[in-house]
Every structure is written in structure tokens, then in C-alpha cells.
Design a protein around this ligand. Structure first.
Ligand code: 3PG
Length: 212
């Protein structure tokens, strides 16, 4: 299994795309790309999520596209078949880690506790999603984890915003910050693509200042 971090493109940001149609997903992705984003995570929370992954890959080949909210072996296989280039899950169990690893895709499984991090390490995984980041202790928790898990790097997600993203990215054990703050439902439903681009531009500037 290749690590996820070397594959990621653009700033150290991983916006979430939750779309009701492949067309909507492509519009969101294009707006993000216009704002400098190079990698996106399409969450498997809508019926059209798999089709959205395929559509983004076809329409925007320079964007790296992964699948998020992987909760089962079936999700992992379906995401790979749809063209996902990496997998993200909100949780870790031995079976879920095995299933994700079996796809051969880079991955960031979800952890929120030291024991879950240890489980990921036992499976040979050193890059994980820290979820829900804010509610699980946020920056102070990541600092504490760094002392013990020196070889582990995190993608904090859950409660990341324009106000705190720079603080998360300033941590040496954070390789990318993820979340939905660049793609708010209100802007998607209003088809306010230029506003999504503007949010992405601001976040890209913040991210590049921290992780240039
Ligand atoms: C996720 O799927 O990682 C979370 O739902 C993102 O959380 P957020 O909406 O607070 O960014």
C-alpha cells in the first residue's frame, strides 16, 4: 500500500464533496479546483456518490479524487470500481482496515483514540484521519498524541474551519486538513460556485503559508 500524503496534490487541504448528482459533484469540484484545490474526497453519503467519483475523474483529470465515509468492505470495493484513487473512513475496525487494505489503494482510516491508532499501526498504516477532530480534543489532543505516536501523521476532520485550519496545519504531525467548510450545503444548493472558489482560494493561501 502506498502512503496517501505523497499522492495528494495542491495545498494541504482535503475538501469534502457531498453531491446529489454527478453533475453537481463536477461543478463543486471545478469550483474548488479553480480556487487552487488539488485533491478532494467524495463522501459515500448520497445515492449518486459513486457516479460522482467517476464523473469528476472523467471531467477533471488533474484533480486527485478519493472516496470518504467508507464503512464496509462493499463500500471499499465499490469506491475502487468507481475510480476512487484513495479511501478515507471515519472509523477503524480490524475488518474495515483489512477490507480497505485489500483494495491496494492509499488510505486514511478514522481514529479518535490511542488504541485505534495502535490498531492502524499494527496494520502497517501510519497516516490516519483524526475524527471528529474538534470534539476529540482538537489541537491539544494532536500535540499529546505526537509525543507517543511519533511516526503517525494525521488528517484532522470534523470541526475544521477557515478560523482554525492554519492552527491545525501548523502541527508537524498533520499532513492535510479535511472537511466540509469549503463546500457548505447552502452554497451548493444556491449553485454559488464563485463563492466556493473564493473560500477555496482563501484556504489555499492559509494552507500554503503553513505547509509550503
Ligand atoms: C467528515 O466526513 O469527515 C466530516 O463529516 C467532516 O466534518 P465537518 O463537516 O465538520 O467538516
Amino acid at each position: 500500500m502506498a502512503a496517501l500524503s505523497p499522492l495528494l496534490r495542491g495545498p494541504a487541504l482535503l475538501p469534502i464533496i457531498q453531491a446529489d448528482s454527478p453533475d453537481e459533484a463536477v461543478q463543486i469540484a471545478a469550483a474548488l479546483q479553480q480556487g487552487g484545490i488539488g485533491s478532494v474526497e467524495v463522501v459515500l453519503r448520497t445515492r449518486q456518490a459513486l457516479a460522482a467519483i467517476t464523473a469528476i475523474r472523467d471531467a477533471l483529470p488533474e484533480l486527485l479524487v478519493g472516496a470518504g465515509t467508507i464503512l464496509s468492505a462493499g463500500d471499499a470495493l465499490a469506491a475502487k470500481a468507481a475510480g476512487a484513487e484513495f479511501l478515507v473512513s471515519p472509523a477503524s475496525t480490524p475488518a474495515l482496515l483489512d477490507a480497505m487494505l485489500a483494495t491496494g489503494l492509499p488510505l486514511a482510516p478514522g481514529v479518535a483514540t490511542p488504541s485505534e491508532i495502535a490498531m492502524a499501526l499494527e496494520a502497517g498504516i501510519h497516516e490516519v484521519k483524526f475524527f471528529p477532530a474538534h470534539l476529540s480534543g482538537g489541537i491539544e489532543m494532536l500535540k499529546a498524541l505526537r509525543g507517543v505516536f511519533q511516526q503517525v501523521r494525521f488528517c484532522p476532520t470534523g470541526g475544521i474551519s477557515q478560523h482554525n485550519v492554519a492552527d491545525f496545519l501548523a502541527l508537524p504531525n498533520v499532513f492535510v486538513a479535511g472537511g466540509s467548510w469549503l463546500t457548505p450545503v447552502t452554497l451548493v444548493k444556491a449553485q454559488a460556485w464563485s463563492q466556493i472558489t473564493a473560500l477555496a482560494q482563501q484556504a489555499t493561501e492559509l494552507a500554503n503559508q503553513q505547509k509550503a
